[in-house]
Structures are given as structure tokens and as C-alpha cells.
Design a protein around this ligand. Structure first.
Ligand code: GLC
Length: 798
């Protein structure tokens, strides 16, 4: 496609290479992140994903030899050859990634002829390789390579052998492993081979294909139907660093409001108002914690966005303020489709100001969604994003606390949206083929900016469609799953891959959306939900009730136990979001993020890490009451329920009756905990509890805890507290040190309670003073309370 290299020029961190046909640019963004770019279309609009990029290239050296251009950064050596083929080495000479030079070589698919026709008549569908491709980049597969990422694809954690089509799609059929498309486009993956990881991010919003050795086992490829060739190579060598690099480019999940980590209850739909109030009252009566209730489409007047159905909800501000008194926040759904109705102000405003996407002749384009004929706001125009943000005031002024964006692939009931519909694209007019995959992302951006301007608080948004970088603006959920065990099983790899794709704040519809849930499934799904950042139970119209109490007392007790556990874990989860701002890691992650040296975990689908300290091995199979769990090498693991310690690098069998979700805590951890509350803010928290899980042998480990107001952006002005808790175990002695790194937030904690899990001291001294029985509570787990300001606790062990 490019021909032979003619020459090259270096302009600081950017190297331009001239080929017989065209020029390419290789830009060193950081020593580990390299951008490869060739302009294939006339226009080069700004990236939707990469905003405010900070370029820190370090030293870059370039030379030409044997007809190749060599670029050396402080971490990588890149060789560019004829036809813009690229090979990348680390500085020890290890080949990390190499273009595949051969021709396309799809596996032979035998059959065809009449047999194929007959099979198609029966409804069988067969893969086709007919997708239009403006370019196709093939890279060699070396031996055992594992592929991760691409957002929430169906199937398993490792994507080797599968192919995906990135074209945001609302397909109501039950999601299965062979689905090629889903709601989101996150064209980023990680390749892990021989302990070394790198990532590739294709920043292209057109329909793209990622084929990880499905076409042929010798190569993987990515291609797109249009746009520029614009991809980043992101070197690890750890998966952690690769995710860090990707989120350096596309942004990190911001710190959420604390209540958004509470439990949320939704359904299509809680109407009328009386029903919603009933649900709220039942939560409080049953003392099941809950922070947010969601209103689905039926709260609107004929599905007109930014309106209320006044028959079902006569006085929204009163309803919302009553709910608020009981500690509930209200989240309302907003779809993009604006009903075509001349009596509807939002439609009239949009039409008058040309805010809707148009056909190629500039006539506003109409398709059909819930409200019937509807028009699509053009979120790619800055003035439309502003208008949308201002419209949100209508809801926010009434007290709505968060916005749930749905149908923003965008979905269309009257056939696909025409390819040639026109979008403003920040002044670089583009058509639907280019803008489709960015639509939900831009709607999320408009919503984020609108809420932030209006409330000054950290915006809470949920979106179904997304593009790379959406994590900066919104949380996501995995869309319309079903109340089937396969979808609980699949929730784990989906969430883990979303996390590896930069999306930290994510969840599934707990209990399943379509189909009827069962008591056992709700219990098991809630156990997973309790560790999932977005913890929302949602279900479809016409399904049976799915609230925690809907399946009788036994199920209710289990569901309640795990929702309460979630509230205890809030400071831990919040700390993970705090950490995520600097490392880009999601709270939920596959074991390989923490244990990359242990090859046994490269394909672990049914266990996950929640942060660095917790390993969760939920039961995701009907009828199962025990399960096999792999505990990774390098650490010891404490059974959360029994305090029993297991060495890592082995399988253990855990009895897991319906009320037990197997949880293991890394030995040497602190787990910060709050008391159970019915909602965030119910109790004044002036004491932080820390469960202490010690080492079986000697060891040292620390934990950093972050504390702020949980709502505003004041932390950006430095108003927060930061603590370090350190444990040092030597022989029969355990020392706990408390470091006060920052002390700016009020009201601060007054004291710390240490719960010594499975540890029984013979003597405890606090800052050199032996403590009395009043401060030392003996029991299954001994506990001690110390005032803020305490520096050091010395514990003699029996
Ligand atoms: C879509 C959403 C679902 C919602 C329904 C009605 O199917 O994915 O969550 O309940 O629309 O708004």
C-alpha cells in the first residue's frame, strides 16, 4: 500500500517517513507509547478518545540503515520497513511485536454449494469476510499469546481465536459467545506473551474488525472501514503498565460521589409514583441498604425526554425531596431520540437551531425509537452538547441526582440509520459511518459537562454505548443481559475486560434484565454485584419482581447480607477509585494483573481481584455448593469467613452454600471498613475500622487510605486526608504504624479500630504504653481502638 521507503525526517519526537506512495508519521508520546499514523482520508479531525494529551517523549534517536528507519526511544526500538511494516523490540533486543508479511490466508471453509444454501434456508448463519476494509494491519502471533480487552465482549477473558466487529449495536437477542457486535466500541487490546505485555489502541471510530487468530493462527489483525490509520503501541512489560499507558492516553475514571458506590435499585419501570414510594419504604422497613432508585422510560410524557408524565408523577420535586429525606437519590433515564412533535419544545428548539443529524441534503433525519418517529441530536456539535447540558437542568433543578443514558448506539427501530446522514463533528462534517461509534461517547460527554456545570458535584452518569475514553465521563453497564446462569458466568470476563479497557466504573444488571430471575440466581448475582463498582439490580418490563425481597425471606436474608457487606467495604472501594486516578486500573481485574508471573491465571474466568487485597471466587453455576479455587503464587491467602490461611500456588476446595461467596484476603492486608448504613451519609463516621490480615511468616506491607467529602471537587484543591497503615511482622511480633500524610479534610476520623483477624496478642502497647482491657476487646478476632494521632502499635503474639 505504501511502497518503498524514500527518506525520513525527525522533528523532535515526530519522525516522518516518506514512501513511494505517501507519508506516515511516527510519534513518540512517551518512551513506552508510540503513535503510528497515516492520513488516508482528506480530513484529520481531533480524536474523540485522546484529549489534552501530555507528550513526554524523552530522548528519541533516529537513523536509516539497510533501507529501514530505526527509531529508538528510552524504552523501545522501532524498525520501519517498506510498505510501512513495523517491528518493535525492547532495549534488550527482544522482539515484542512484528508485522506479518504474508498475504491474507483465511482458514479453508469446506462445504458450500447446495449444502450451504440449504443450511442458510434453515436459518444458520455463516461468517463472512466481506466487511469493507480501508486498511488491515496484520501482526504475527508468537506461540502462546493471550489477548484481552475490547471492552465488554461476550465469551471468555482470553480472546485468542475470536473475531469481533466494533459497531455499536443494540441486539436484544440473548448475548452469546459468538456475538461479534455489542453496544460499545473500545478498540484497545492487550497481548500477553511469555510474561511480556503490550497494548494496541486503534483510534478510529469507523466500523473496525479485531481478529485474534480466527482468520489464521499465524497472525492477528485489526482493520477499519474508513478513516485514518492511527494506532498506538503501548509497551508494558506488565499488564498493569499497559493499562496505565492506555489510560494515560484516553483518560482515567474520575473519583465518583461516594453514594454512587452504594446499592441501586431499578426496573422497567417503577410507575406510578406510589409504586416507587412503596419500593423505597420496603428498603427502609427491611433495613436493606439502598442509595438510588432509577426511573425507566415510563416516567416521561409519551417518552418525550426532559418531561414528566403528570398523571403518574404529579409533583416530581415533592417526590424527590421526600425520597431524599429517606436517604434515596433518584436517577432518571434519558434516551437521545427526540420525539417528532410540533407541540414539544425540545423538538422545536432542536429543529429551529439545526441540532439534529440530517440526511445528505440537510433535511433532519427521522427514524423510530420508543417515542415513535424521533430525531437524533448531533452530539458531535459543541452547541448541541451545550444545549443538551442545559436541558438537563429541567431534571437536576427538580432534584434528580444522576442520569442514565440509554439507546445511544444509537438504536433505531426502523432499520439502520443511513450511512450518509450528516454530523457536524466539531466543524469537520462527517457521516454516520464515521460518527456512529462515537455517538454514545459524545452524549456522555454532553451529559457530564451539563451536570458538572449545573451542580458543581461529581456527575453520575450511566451509559450503554461507549467509545474509548468514555471512562472520563460516565459509568457503563453491559446492557440487556438475561436472568440466566450463563450471563452471570459471563459477567465476570466482561467486567474484567472492561476494566482492562480503561473502564473502571462498570456493572451488569444484577439478577439479569430479560427473563425471570430465580431465588438462587439473585442470591449468587448479588454476591458478584457486591464487589462490582456499579451495583444495580435492574430488570425488564413483564418480568417478575426482582427486588431483594421478591423471592422470600431466605433469599432476602442472603441478598441483604451482601448488600450490607458492600456498605462495609465502601472505604475500600473508594480507595480503589482514588488509586485508579493515578494507575488507571479498575477495581475489578483479572488475577493476571496482580500475578502476571503465575501463568496459571492467564485464563481465569471465574475468579477476580477486587483491588490488590481481595480475591473473589463467586459461585456462578446453578445448584453448586462448593467450588475449586485457584489461589495465585507469591502470596498467602486468608479465608475471609474462617481466617484459615492457605499458601498461594494451589487449588483449594471451598464449601459455598448459598449464603457463602468465597472471598480470600491477601495475607498482609488491611481492609478499611465502615459500619453498615442504610444509605451513604446516614451515620456520621468518625471511626475507621481496619481489619488486619497478617502474614503467616515475616513480612511488611502497607495500605494507603484516602478520605474526603465524597461529593465535590474540593479534593482538587487539596482538601482530603491521606493515611498510611503499615504492618511489619517479625517472628512473634507485629508492629502497626500509622502515617498521617495529609490532614486537610474535616470532619476527620477521631479514632481507628483494628480488628486482628485470627491474631491473638499476649501484649499490646500503643506508642510505648501498654493498653488496658478497656481498649482491648478479646473475642474471635481481638480488636483494639486507638485515637487519631497514634503512631505505632506493638503487638506480641502468642
Ligand atoms: C433498553 C435498556 C434497558 C431499559 C429499556 C427500556 O432495553 O437497555 O435497560 O430498561 O431499554 O428503557
Amino acid at each position: 500500500m505504501f511502497g518503498s521507503i524514500k527518506n525520513y525526517q525527525q522533528d523532535s519526537n515526530v519522525v516522518s517517513v516518506d514512501f513511494d506512495q505517501g507519508q506516515v508519521k511516527i510519534e513518540v508520546i512517551t518512551p513506552s507509547i508510540i503513535n503510528f499514523f497515516a492520513q488516508l482520508t482528506g480530513d484529520n479531525p481531533n480524536s474523540k478518545a485522546v484529549e489534552n494529551l501530555h507528550i513526554q517523549p524523552g530522548a528519541v534517536e533516529t537513523r536509516m540503515f539497510d533501507g529501514k528507519v530505526e527509531i529508538v526511544s528510552e524504552k523501545l526500538r522501532i524498525l520501519v520497513s517498506d510498505d510501512f511494516t513495523v517491528d518493535i523490540y525492547d532495549l534488550d533486543g527482544k522482539l515484542l511485536c512484528a508485522d506479518y508479511r504474508g498475504e491474507d490466508h483465511p482458514f479453508i471453509r469446506r462445504g458450500g454449494g447446495q449444502g450451504l444454501e440449504l443450511a442458510e434456508q434453515e436459518g444458520h448463519k455463516f461468517d463472512s469476510e466481506k466487511d469493507a476494509q480501508a486498511f488491515k494491519i496484520k501482526k504475527q502471533i508468537f506461540g502462546d499469546t493471550y489477548f484481552y480487552g475490547l471492552g465488554d465482549r461476550t465469551g471468555h477473558l482470553n480472546k485468542h481465536g475470536y473475531r469481533y466487529k466494533l459497531w455499536n449495536t443494540d441486539d436484544p437477542n440473548p448475548h452469546v459467545e459468538s456475538f461479534e457486535t455489542l453496544y460499545k466500541t473500545i478498540p484497545f487490546f492487550i497481548a500477553l506473551n511469555d510474561d511480556t505485555a503490550y497494548g494496541i489502541f486503534l483510534d478510529n471510530t469507523y466500523q473496525s474488525i479485531f481478529d485474534f487468530g480466527k482468520e489464521n493462527s499465524d497472525y492477528y489483525y485489526f482493520s477499519a472501514a474508513g478513516g485514518n490509520l492511527d494506532y498506538y503501541f503501548i509497551y508494558g512489560p506488565t499488564v498493569r503498565q499497559t493499562v496505565g499507558g492506555y489510560t494515560y492516553l484516553t483518560g482515567r475514571t474520575p473519583l465518583p460521589q461516594l453514594w454512587t458506590l452504594g446499592y441501586q435499585q431499578s426496573r422497567w419501570s417503577y410507575t406510578p409514583e406510589k409504586r416507587l414510594r412503596q419500593v423505597a419504604q420496603t428498603f427502609r422497613k427491611e433495613q436493606i441498604p439502598c442509595d438510588a432508585l432509577h426511573l425507566d422510560i415510563d416516567y416521561m410524557d409519551g417518552f418525550r425526554v426532559f418531561t414528566w408524565d403528570k398523571n403518574k408523577f404529579p409533583d416530581p420535586p415533592k417526590l424527590i425531596s421526600d425520597l431524599k429525606k429517606d436517604g434515596f437519590k433518584l436517577v432518571t433515564i434519558i434516551d437521545p431520540g427526540v420525539k417528532k412533535d410540533r407541540n414539544y419544545p425540545i423538538f422545536r428548539q432542536g429543529l429551529k437551531n439545526n441540532y439534529f443529524i440530517t440526511d445528505h441534503d440537510g433535511v433532519p433525519y427521522v427514524n423510530r425509537v420508543w417515542p415513535g418517529d424521533a430525531l437524533y441530536p448531533d452530539f458531535s456539535a459543541p452547541q448541541v452538547r451545550k444545549w443538551w447540558g442545559r436541558n438537563l437542568r429541567i431534571l437536576l433543578d427538580q432534584g434528580v441526582a444522576g442520569i442514565w443514558n440509554d439507546m445511544n448506539e444509537p438504536a433505531s427501530f426502523n432499520g439502520p440509520i443511513n450511512d450518509d446522514t450528516q454530523f457536524n463533528n466539531d466543524g469537520h462534517v462527517a457521516d454516520h459511518r464515521e460518527m456512529h461509534n462515537a455517538y454514545g461517547h459524545l452524549m456522555a460527554k454532553a451529559t457530564y459537562e451539563g451536570i458538572k456545570a449545573e451542580t458543581g458535584k461529581r456527575p453520575f452518569i450511566i451509559t450503554r454505548a461507549a467509545y474509548a475514553g468514555t471512562q472520563k465521563y460516565s459509568t457503563v453497564w453491559t446492557g440487556d443481559n438475561q436472568s440466566i446462569w450463563e450471563h452471570l458466568r459471563m459477567a465476570l470476563p466482561m467486567l474484567m475486560n472492561l476494566g482492562l479497557s480503561g473502564i473502571g466504573f462498570a456493572g451488569t444488571d444484577v439478577g439479569g434484565f430479560g427473563f425471570d430471575c430465580t431465588p438462587e440466581l439473585l442470591a449468587r448475582w448479588t454476591q458478584v454485584g457486591a464487589f462490582t463498582p456499579l451495583f444495580r439490580n435492574h430488570s425488564s418490563i413483564f418480568t417478575r419482581d426482582q427486588e431483594p425481597w421478591a423471592f422470600g425471606k431466605k433469599t432476602e436474608a442472603i441478598v441483604k447480607k451482601y448488600i450490607q457487606m458492600r456498605y462495609r467495604l465502601l472505604p475500600y472501594l473508594y480507595d480503589l477509585f482514588y488509586q485508579g486516578q493515578s494507575n488507571g486500573l479498575a477495581p475489578i481485574r483479572p488475577l493476571l494483573v496482580n500475578y502476571q508471573n503465575d501463568h496459571n491465571v492467564y485464563q481465569t474466568n471465574d475468579e477476580f481481584m477486587c483491588g490488590d487485597n481481595l480475591l473473589i471466587a463467586p459461585v456462578v453455576e446453578q445448584g453448586r455448593i462448593s467450588r475449586l479455587i485457584y489461589l495465585p503464587k507469591g502470596d498467602d491467602w486468608v479465608d475471609f469467613w474462617t481466617n484459615e490461611i492457605h499458601e498461594g500456588g494451589q487449588y483449594v476446595v471451598k464449601n459455598a452454600p448459598l449464603d457463602i461467596c468465597p472471598i480470600y484476603v491477601k495475607a498482609g492486608s488491611f481492609l478499611p471498613l465502615y459500619p453498615v448504613q442504610n444509605y451513604v451519609g446516614e451515620k456520621k463516621i468518625d471511626q475507621l475500622t481496619l481489619d488486619v490480615f497478617s502474614f503467616s511468616d515475616d513480612g511488611t506491607n502497607g495500605y494507603r487510605h484516602y478520605h474526603d467529602d465524597g461529593q465535590t471537587f474540593d479534593f482538587q484543591k487539596g482538601i482530603y486526608d491521606l493515611y498510611d497503615f503499615i504492618q511489619e511482622k517479625t517472628g512473634k511480633h507485629l508492629k502497626i504504624k500509622i502515617g498521617y500524610l495529609r490532614n486537610e479534610y474535616q470532619p476527620a476520623y477521631q479514632s481507628f479500630k483494628f480488628v486482628l483477624r485470627g491474631i491473638h496478642p499476649t501484649k499490646i502497647t500503643v506508642d510505648g504504653r501498654e493498653i488496658s482491657d478497656d481498649d482491648w476487646h478479646r473475642g474471635k478476632d481481638d480488636r483494639i481502638v486507638v485515637d487519631k494521632g497514634t503512631q505505632e502499635i506493638d503487638i506480641d503474639l502468642s
